[in-house]
Design a protein around this ligand. Structure first.
Ligand code: PLP
Length: 359
């Protein structure tokens, strides 16, 4: 299998430059949460730390109930708890999903033109052909096995409107294509329309057939270090995934299952976290614009998709000279060659420092 180059190595020289700034590095290149893990999660994890036996791949009934409750309460999605399957963070799920769903060499996996690189990795693991496109018409007669969408988007922060989602659902259903929606930023939106899940009855017509949605606690709840996410949707597809994951030992640790259940039962900590990001985003966006950037899309997720209408590496270099590290848009696809992705996941202190340097 041919894996892509790990592009982050190419940022190293810029990181070195940025780190030499007298005020220290402001790292806005990755979307890794920096605020404390909420007490509700830590307490549940600690209380479940006595775990001598093997946990269930399917997750505890309490976990599946909590997830179904959150889906209903926050997203208006009615999911059967039996169709909820925990994942050890969603990156592993994204990477292995095509293979686990039976995608084979010669098959096609389609993902957005500007996308989280792991969709491509997953196509490669299955030996399939990955195609990056936003225009389904461009596929012509090709019938992909699997189609990924990601709204709100990493890296652009774009939200797909309900009409668009409905069209994609019918396109996929007409062709028997499995549609997988990566919705890990769904509660993190700032402007414009509220993001909607593909499993919402207004989008899918009430049936989850042929559809899967993926969610993560990493960003919503500062739980990236615990590795906690899940997939739900078409009960037959989830059942198939469960069977394989059972055999392959892809089991979420029991204390993390307990933490995940408690965390999905609580919305207060997530609301607080959203307000922290809202303030950081507003400060960074204003500073970037005042500095001559245009910020495209970015109405949701944890990124400001920013451009000075120049090659992305020039922008990376310019910002590194100010001690600010960002990700070149090219990491997410050739269409990103004139943008940089600026993460809003830094502490208030580092965000204030970036704002003052841009001023
Ligand atoms: C679009 C998207 N999907 C999935 C993930 C994986 O998140 P995790 O493995 O922490 O659940 C990320 C992480 O940045 C992401 O941006």
């Amino acid at each position: 299998m041919e894996l892509p180059d790990f592009p982050w190595d190419r940022l190293e020289p810029y990181k070195k430059t940025a780190s030499a700034h007298p005020g220290g590095l402001v790292d806005l290149s990755v979307g890794t949460p920096v605020d404390p893990t909420p007490e509700v999660a830590r307490k549940a994890l600690a209380e479940a730390s006595d775990a001598p036996g093997y946990p269930q791949t399917w997750g505890t009934p309490a976990l599946r109930e909590s997830v179904a409750g959150w889906l209903n309460r926050r997203l208006g999605v009615r999911a059967d708890p039996a169709a909820v399957l925990p994942a050890i963070g969603t990156k592993e799920l994204v990477a292995w999903l095509p293979l686990l769903l039976g995608v084979k060499p010669g098959d096609t996996v389609v993902f957005p033109e500007l996308a989280y690189p792991t969709y491509d990795v997953g196509a490669r693991i299955a030996g399939a052909t990955g195609v990056a496109t936003d225009g389904l018409l461009k596929l012509g007669p090709t019938r992909p096995k699997l189609l990924w969408i990601n709204s709100p988007s990493n890296p652009t922060g774009k939200v797909l409107p309900p009409d668009h989602l409905r069209k994609v659902v019918s396109w996929a259903r007409e062709r028997g294509v499995t549609l997988v929606s990566d919705e890990c930023y769904i509660e993190l939106y700032w402007e414009g329309d509220e993001p909607v899940s593909i499993l919402h009855p207004d989008i899918c017509g009430g049936s989850h057939e042929g559809l899967l949605a993926i969610h993560s606690l990493s960003k919503r709840s500062n739980l990236a270090g615990y590795r906690a996410g899940f997939v739900t949707g078409d009960p037959a597809l989830v059942k198939g995934l469960l069977e394989l994951r059972k055999h392959a030992g892809m089991i979420m640790p029991a204390p993390v299952q307990a933490a995940m259940a408690a965390t999905y039962d609580d919305d207060a900590h997530a609301a607080e976290q959203i307000e922290r990001y809202r303030a950081r985003r507003a400060a960074l966006k204003a500073a970037l614009e005042a500095h001559g950037f245009r910020v495209d899309h970015s109405e949701a997720s944890l990124y400001l998709w920013s451009t000075r209408d120049e090659p992305c590496w020039d922008t990376v270099s310019h910002l590194a000279s100010l001690g600010i590290l960002v990700a070149p848009g090219e990491f997410y696809g050739p269409a990103g060659s004139r943008h940089v992705r600026v993460a809003i996941t830094a502490t208030d202190e580092r965000v204030a420092e970036a704002v003052s340097r841009l001023g």
